[in-house]
Design a protein around this ligand. Structure first.
Ligand SMILES: Cc1cc2nc3c(=O)[nH]c(=O)nc-3n(C[C@H](O)[C@H](O)[C@H](O)COP(=O)(O)OP(=O)(O)OC[C@H]3O[C@@H](n4cnc5c(N)ncnc54)[C@H](O)[C@@H]3O)c2cc1C
Length: 476
């Protein structure tokens, strides 16, 4: 609970128009991409780092939680106020401050929508590659806090590969600059890298310096249909093995295809059970050469059908529909648990076999799609939350999936973060000493534990209050 006097102080800091306390209005700030819901006590929308610093000092004195929030598209519950407290909305810090063409650097505030930065860079012939499928809604601040990946990660890497420096407000209220504005820099520990991907638990990001690259001249989109999932994912390694690194190498299984074929305008070849959606970019000549190599590999691996998008408009329709695969899956069942596991690319066929076995054994639809070029699959366990039998199976499916992923040398999260939904499983991947060290780092940044508590750490470990937190959240 936040006391009335603290609420008055918060209203003085951000202005009464930028503090929300009405319970109904607060609803939208208590949920995110997971569709779980936890009501906050209030939501404040500061204008700058100075106001955020003052808010965090009040929170330290009064002992209430502060939860940074971008667009609320997170898939692991990172922005959920699981213990109530103040949601700190960053939407008013939304300026692109500079795009420096000589130094290939952009300086932005965290509330900028990812697609807006990409467009601004492209307008001056530059390129900001990270492109989570949520680019039209997610913020750069949320991308940095989650170290978002995306469709182009196979060739260009993920958000951390582009963050040069940050300005942050520490939980104690101190404002700190980390990293550099240059292409290189190794002065001291890399605090920037530590904060990237820390899911809003170590600091509030208020300014970001990003590396840009020159915009490629040309690109080409291709589709290849396969009889089954194994054939499709085996082809992924063959494409990379042929010396081509596509910009994007996305995979959709048969269930996903059924859910999005209308939006994609697809006519599925008879017997199609999986699809690869592939993009190459570069000079016109490189694009033509690489597209030809990919065509050859796909047909050699038994593709039922291979074709190139007829024009940029068709290509954009295909990519837009790909970005909407995740929400379209609700056609299969009213609820889903969405995991984003990664295995070494060459072991994708083994993961695909395992998923097939899980779906058969537990009798639940499991739809998989995602960034196969990175070995990163979004595994969606579809179920009916009102059916206790189906609901109870989900945890067992997730646990078996994670065991297999770790056995294959992979990780339980490639890009969505741990948040609350994966916290109960973190110990499966990170050894006890690693988790203890992370706990000490958290304490050094946030001695009173006010910034985004209840996230990342396993419920029964450093943070017993978190036990059952996921189950307490209501589904929307
Ligand atoms: C349809 C769909 C597709 C998606 N596709 C992808 C994908 O391809 N790749 C991918 O990586 N993710 C994907 N996501 C997940 C999500 O969009 C990303 O995690 C994104 O980075 C979250 O950004 P956001 O602004 O919505 O952050 P939020 O959800 O608001 O917050 C996410 C986390 O960041 C913290 N945070 C936010 N802003 C700040 C800040 N300024 N300072 C400190 N902490 C902060 C929050 O506390 C929280 O822990 C997808 C989500 C959806 C709904």
């Amino acid at each position: 609970m936040i006391s009335q006097s603290a609420l008055r102080e918060l209203a003085r800091i951000v202005g009464p128009d930028h503090l929300v306390t009405d319970r109904t209005a607060l609803g939208e700030y208590g949920t995110d991409g997971t569709k779980l819901a936890f009501p906050p006590d209030a939501a404040a929308f500061p204008r700058d780092a100075e106001q955020i610093s003052r808010i965090l000092r009040v929170a330290n004195r009064e002992g209430f939680p502060v939860i940074p929030r971008g667009a609320g598209s997170g898939m692991s519950g990172g922005a959920l106020p699981v213990r109530g407290g103040l949601v700190l909305g960053l939407r008013r810090l939304d300026r692109i401050l500079e795009i420096d063409r000589e130094n290939l650097v952009a300086k932005v505030e965290p509330g900028v929508i990812t697609a807006d930065l990409q467009e601004a860079a492209e307008q001056v012939g530059l390129f900001y590659p990270p492109d989570p499928a949520s680019i039209h809604i997610s913020t750069i601040g949320g991308n940095v806090a989650e170290c978002a990946g995306g469709l182009r990660a196979v060739k260009y890497g993920v958000t951390k590969d582009y963050v040069l420096g940050l300005t942050v407000v520490l939980p104690t209220g101190k404002i700190l600059k980390t990293g550099v504005e240059t292409m290189k820099g190794v002065a001291g520990y890399d605090l920037t890298r530590l904060i990237v991907g820390s899911e809003g638990t170590l600091a509030v990001i208020t300014r970001i310096t990003l590396r840009l690259i020159p915009r490629p001249d040309a690109k080409e989109t291709m589709l290849a249909f396969f009889r089954d999932v194994e054939e499709a994912v085996e082809t992924v390694s063959s494409i990379i093995g042929a010396g081509v690194t596509p910009t994007a190498l996305e995979f959709l299984d048969g269930l996903c295809l059924r859910c999005v074929k209308k939006e994609m305008g697809l006519r599925l070849p008879a017997g199609a059970g999986a699809m690869l959606l592939i993009e190459v970019d570069g000079t016109r000549r490189a694009v033509t050469d690489e597209a030809e190599k990919i065509r050859h590999v796909c047909l050699h691996r038994g593709a039922l059908n291979f074709r190139e998008a007829s024009d940029p408009r068709e290509a954009e329709t295909l990519w837009e529909a790909r970005r909407n695969v995740s929400p379209s899956l609700y056609r299969l069942r009213p609820h889903k648990t969405s995991e984003d596991v990664v295995v070494p690319r060459s072991l994708l066929p083994a993961l695909a076999r395992h998923l097939d076995g899980l779906a058969r054994r537990f009798g639940l639809p499991i739809a998989a799609f995602g960034h196969a070029g990175d070995g990163n699959l979004h595994v969606n366990i579809m179920y009916d939350g009102d059916d206790p039998v189906e609901r109870d199976k989900v945890d067992a499916v997730v646990r078996e999936l994670f065991m297999e992923v770790i056995r294959l040398g992979g990780t339980i999260s490639g890009e969505h973060g741990i948040g609350i939904t994966k916290a109960p499983y973190l110990e499966m991947e990170i050894p006890e000493e690693g988790i203890r060290l992370m706990g000490r780092i958290k304490k050094a940044f946030d001695p009173n534990g006010i910034l985004n508590p209840g996230k990342i750490f396993p419920p029964a470990g450093a943070d017993p209050d978190q036990q059952g937190v996921q189950k307490r959240g209501e589904r929307r």
